[in-house]
Design a protein around this ligand. Structure first.
Ligand code: ADP
Length: 542
């Protein structure tokens, strides 16, 4: 028998409409790229989203199902795009600004973006690849200073686009299962893969993560969104904050520790998100130069890489600020688990509690996880048995965009994360290793396979194997193990770095190199990365 409740679509427009009705006075504060501060209300956001919807549909001719790219920092205009684009039934495709020109070009052509909204400070990155972009008809420049010049053709300024547009717009009735946003994630083979979010998955993710068990966000909070909007929808915070009625602070490019500390102080931020590298930087800067007044910051949510127990401990001891670890992936919208202490842990000593908080945590309602051992059986929840972490749930992808990638899904409908983990008897998941051949540095991926094939195209290099090694600042950095073609013909580190700079951006280029006689191999002849990592850990590679 069918239930007799209303069919009420869970869409991003439902979120925006709710925010305007319930919290029209709440604030969006942007620290813009030029250093100026901009503030307006959820009510203003609502009205401008309607103007944007008119502009998209009428001036730019965007139709339902079209891809619209954004190449921008965190600020109010990007927030408007997060609601305006899906509001008319198009897809908001946030493009990562940190990728190499080749990857960016691939992503834009693969997604078939029709229009790209680009921050003026980022225009030079697109100018380089614009001639190769096959589908882009127009570029809309955001935050351009007077006298702004570009070689991009067919441009228009964002404010000019919105000017004179009506604030009346009737949102189309959308099916909650339609696509609303897209992000690309690094593929292990080097080619990025698109994850296409639906309105429903976005709504459910946002409404679940605001819970006190998760991001702990309410209308009492001032939330600093450090995770870039070009990175897995800023972890869904632009939707979560509107549902929760939390003030939003958007730092755009002001991501250096000193700038973040200033914003935390000035805006009396209570909560924030970010990768470990950011929080390590903030912690060190605060230790060097302790703020005169205690910050309003109560806690920061960390994900993307493991949050070191030492950082949780230091921040809490020195400044009374709580670090909370979350785990997620682009494929899981991204938040899947969070590690918070429960009353049953109260009697434990601080060290034992830290051990729990340094795990990746328990899953959100709406997400299921399991550990599958090498022999294909499910591991017990004993905190010891390792295996591959698999997930399913209301905001986990069922296929990549335009490509199924069957090998990443099980026959019974689980997604294989490529993380190796344990789950303890209380349900806390702990990542111990990774099967995917990637390096995560400062929250951004580096493909070891892409580095290896580039290095092996150097005439003096016969073989190259790249592994991730731990790094205090960046979480991980790449280490390149080189086998020379001719032992007497050395190649310098500088020469290799210069060679790689043709295809890779700076953060992707290894600064650590070792020369080895041969690359260890598995029984089937593949590079044995596990063995290389073991040799490194035992100090046998340097
Ligand atoms: P995000 O942008 O949220 O980091 P990605 O899809 O780029 O998402 O990366 C997801 C991967 O990052 C995970 O599969 C895992 O390997 C790693 N990761 C994410 N969060 C954590 C965490 N808290 N601890 C350890 N690794 C993590």
């Amino acid at each position: 028998m069918e239930g007799l409740m209303m069919d009420y679509p869970l869409t991003t427009t439902t979120i925006l409409e709710y925010g305007n009705r319930a919290f029209h006075h709440k604030r969006v504060i942007s620290h813009l790229p030029d250093g100026t501060r901009h503030e307006y209300s959820f009510g203003d956001l609502y009205r401008r989203c309607k103007q944007l919807a008119n502009a998209l549909a009428n001036t730019l001719g965007i139709e339902p199902g079209d891809m619209v790219g954004t190449f921008a920092w965190n600020h109010y205009q990007h927030l408007e795009l997060y609601y305006g684009i899906p509001g008319i039934g198009a897809v908001c495709h946030t493009i990562n600004i940190r990728l190499s020109p080749q990857q960016t070009e691939f992503i834009i052509n693969h997604s078939e973006d029709k229009v790209i909204f680009v921050d003026a400070t980022l225009v030079p990155l697109l100018e380089k690849i614009a001639p190769q972009l096959e589908t882009v008809e127009k570029y809309i420049i955001v935050n351009a200073a007077s006298g702004f010049q570009t070689t991009l053709s067919n441009t228009m300024h964002y404010e000019a686009l919105l000017e004179n547009q009506s604030e009346d717009f009737t949102w189309p009735q959308l099916d909650e299962n339609e696509a609303c946003g897209m992000c690309y994630t690094s593929g292990t083979t080097g080619l990025p893969k698109g994850v296409l979010y639906s309105h429903r998955s976005t709504y459910l993710h946002a409404s679940t993560i605001l819970s006190p068990n998760a991001a702990n966000c309410s209308n009492q909070d001032v939330m600093l969104l450090i995770v870039p909007q070009f990175h897995v929808m800023a972890w869904g915070f632009p939707y979560m904050c509107v549902l929760a009625g939390a003030d939003m602070v958007m730092p755009s490019l002001h991501l250096q520790p000193e700038a973040l500390i200033r914003i935390l102080q000035e805006e009396k931020v209570t909560k924030a998100n970010g990768v470990p590298t950011i929080w390590l930087g903030v912690y060190e800067a605060m230790k060097k130069n302790p703020p005169k007044e205690r910050l309003a910051l109560e806690e920061y949510l960390v994900g993307g890489s493991a949050l070191p127990a030492s950082l949780i401990e230091g921040f809490e001891r020195d400044f009374g600020i709580r670090g909370v670890q979350a785990w997620g992936m682009t494929e899981t919208s991204p938040l899947g688990t969070v590690a918070r202490i429960q009353p049953k842990h109260a009697s434990m000593n601080q060290k034992e509690q830290l051990t729990i908080r340094a795990k990746q945590g328990i899953e959100f309602p709406g997400i299921e996880m399991r550990i599958v051992k090498d022999d294909g059986t499910i591991a017990p929840r004993d905190g010891k048995t390792m295996g591959e972490l698999q997930v399913k749930g209301a905001w986990v992808l069922r296929s990549y965009f335009k490509t199924m990638n069957k090998e990443q899904f099980t026959e019974d409908g689980w997604f294989k994360t490529g993380d190796v983990s344990t789950i303890d008897m209380d349900g806390y998941m702990h990542i111990t290793d990774r099967t995917k051949d990637l390096i995560k540095s400062g929250g951004e991926w580096i493909s070891s396979v892409a580095l290896e094939s580039a290095l092996m195209s150097h005439p003096k290099i016969r073989e190259a194997a790249v592994i991730a090694i731990p790094d205090d600042t960046w979480s991980e950095r790449p280490l390149a193990c080189i086998v020379l073609t001719n032992e007497n013909e050395k190649v310098s580190k500088e020469e290799m770095m210069e060679f790689l700079s043709r295809d890779f951006v700076k953060y992707q280029i290894p600064e650590h190199y070792v020369f080895i006689a041969q690359v260890p191999r598995t029984s089937v002849g593949k590079f044995d990365k596990k063995e290389i990592r073991r040799l490194y850990a035992e100090g046998k590679l340097a």
